[in-house]
Design a protein around this ligand. Structure first.
Ligand code: TMP
Length: 240
């Protein structure tokens, strides 16, 4: 499948049209940003490693019955995915306290939550992706009531699968961000699928034994060893 026109360039990825109007190529860059684009750098091979990791995680979720946009990994930096109309909401699933949850509510980083927490953030760089409630999501028409119910239920299924998978490679899945999109299904009806990426850019992944951070917090917090940490995740996943 060849790349055609560039459709969209985001902070870490580019989307290209293909000859099939239902599909696009998702290209992974080495660019990294944090704090709403304020902090910027490039991380060597990040795009290659995230393409490998995200492809495998989407495949694993596909196997347990989660519908995703993922079709196939084409090469080092490109994957073929279904073109979706993205729901303008970032859904964050948390198993332990970290990041903005610790800060906002004054909680201790690393504390276990007694059940997974699902949060919604409105996707708007201009507004800094503000936290919103499900009622905002419904009232402003970002998703319908039934869609929100399906998204929350799907997040719990994704979480069960990812927690078990990462535990098997000695990684604690602390929290992560998911995005969903709409595609036309085989009957021409709109259906939701899991979209975007799942990678150390969008997850907090801690080594089970040492607590070492194996994710983008190394970049956000200037901890160094970012490339090595991403490679460590890919190596444990047997991708490198
Ligand atoms: P937070 O604690 O900063 O709200 O982040 C929660 C999770 O979401 C964390 O695993 C990182 C991920 N995330 C993104 O993927 N993109 C973002 O823009 C932000 C703010 C967080």
């Amino acid at each position: 499948m060849e790349k055609r026109a560039k459709l969209y360039e985001g902070k870490a990825k580019i989307l290209y049209a293909t000859k099939d109007p239902r599909m696009v190529i998702q290209h992974f860059k080495d660019d990294a940003t944090a704090f709403n684009g304020e902090k910027k750098d490039t991380i060597r091979d990040k795009g290659v490693v995230n393409n490998l990791i995200s492809s495998r995680l989407m495949e694993i979720l596909g196997v347990v019955g989660i519908p995703t946009h993922f079709v196939e990994r084409l090469n080092d930096r490109d994957q073929l995915v279904f073109k979706v109309q993205i729901v303008p909401v970032e859904v964050v699933i948390r198993n332990r306290v970290a990041g903005s949850l610790a800060k906002r509510l004054g909680l201790k980083e690393g504390d276990q939550l007694h059940r997974p927490l699902v949060e919604f953030y409105y996707k708007s760089d201009a507004l800094g992706d503000p936290l919103v409630t499900v009622d905002h999501v419904e009232l402003f028409g970002w998703a319908e009531h039934e869609e929100i119910e399906w998204i929350v239920e799907t997040c719990h299924r994704v979480n069960d699968a990812l927690l078990a998978y990462f535990a098997g490679i000695d990684i604690d899945l602390i929290d992560y961000k998911l995005e969903f999109g709409r595609i036309a299904d085989d009957h021409g009806e709109e259906a939701l699928v899991l979209a975007d990426e799942i990678s150390p850019d969008t997850c907090r992944l801690w080594d089970r034994k040492t607590g070492k951070k194996l994710d983008k917090d190394r970049f956000r917090q200037d901890l160094g060893g970012i490339t090595e940490a991403y490679h460590e995740v890919a190596t444990r996943m047997k991708l490198m």
